[in-house]
Design a protein around this ligand. Structure first.
Ligand SMILES: NC(=O)c1ccc[n+]([C@@H]2O[C@H](COP(=O)([O-])OP(=O)(O)OC[C@H]3O[C@@H](n4cnc5c(N)ncnc54)[C@H](O)[C@@H]3O)[C@@H](O)[C@H]2O)c1
Length: 240
């Protein structure tokens, strides 16, 4: 039986208590990884993974979370920066608060999640970082100027950090989901949901597990050892 080489590797997933993050935690556990995840309010009690309460907008809390993971599970191999939010509205109706909280969570939150592990990964000469961008960051979306800005910025961030980290043997990639069945998509009005599905060549929304397997592929030192600075689209061909 082949493996993805993630057995006993310590991986931290932000926002791992529900939706795509929870699916990532489950898939990585199935692959034998030693998984920790952060949550904001409610931990997911269905998993044996290490749960740590930490808000990604809080730089110190994320540094402490990484320390806790190392004390309890050992040296970190990978981080999946999954936590993200929407605060949708048409541009002229967006408040400064809507703008700030989305950028702070979706962009600065990734910086906060990666920053404490980077020196350690460089020192150990291996590791993999994955962030979750979005189809909205690639092609734009009505009512999501703030969200799209945060998600397309992540693509530039990923490509730049990948160039810096390569010489240390550390890879940095992003997964770009289309519309995935989670609370985020359940919040879209039914009429609009039907229209979106009709535009997806595979004629359905994606499942959280389908994003989780793409993340596992990019974390794996076997399947993606020569892939860095890449954005892997998982969207049923919706972007075309
Ligand atoms: N669902 C989709 O269709 C879709 C599409 C493209 C990209 N994404 C991205 O995938 C990621 C996961 O989305 P989801 O659909 O599972 O959403 P979700 O709302 O179900 O889950 C979001 C997770 O992020 C966590 N989170 C939010 N703000 C946080 C904060 N400040 N600190 C710590 N944790 C925080 C939440 O607690 C939750 O665990 C997000 O980055 C989202 O932008 C989702």
């Amino acid at each position: 039986m082949k493996s993805l080489g993630l057995e006993d590797k310590v991986v931290l997933v932000t926002g791992g208590n529900r939706g795509i993050g929870a699916a990532i935690v489950h898939v990585l556990q199935e692959l034998g990884a030693n998984v920790a995840y952060t949550y904001r309010s409610e931990p997911d009690l269905s998993t044996g993974a290490l749960a740590i309460q930490a808000d990604v907008t809080d730089k110190d809390a994320m540094a402490t979370a990484v320390e806790q993971v190392e004390q309890k599970l050992g040296t970190v191999y990978g981080v999946v920066a999954n936590a993200g939010i929407t605060r949708d509205n048409f541009f002229q109706k967006l408040t400064s608060e809507d703008w700030d909280v989305v950028l702070d969570t979706n962009l600065k939150g990734v910086y906060h999640a990666f920053l404490p592990v980077i020196p350690k990964l460089y020192e150990q000469g291996e590791g993999a970082l994955v962030s979750i961008t979005s189809i909205s960051g690639e092609r734009g979306n009505l009512g999501q100027t703030n969200y799209s800005a945060s998600k397309s910025a992540l693509i530039g961030f990923t490509k730049s950090l990948a160039r810096e980290a390569a010489r240390y043997g550390v890879r940095v990639n992003a997964v770009s989901p289309g519309f995935i069945e989670t609370e985020m998509v359940q919040a879209i009005p039914d009429k609009l949901k039907d229209r979106i599905v009709s535009e997806i060549p595979l004629r359905r929304f994606g499942k959280p597990e389908e994003i989780a397997w793409a993340v596992a592929f990019l974390l794996s030192p076997i399947t993606s050892s020569y892939i860095t600075g890449e954005v892997l689209r998982v969207n049923g061909a919706h972007h075309t």
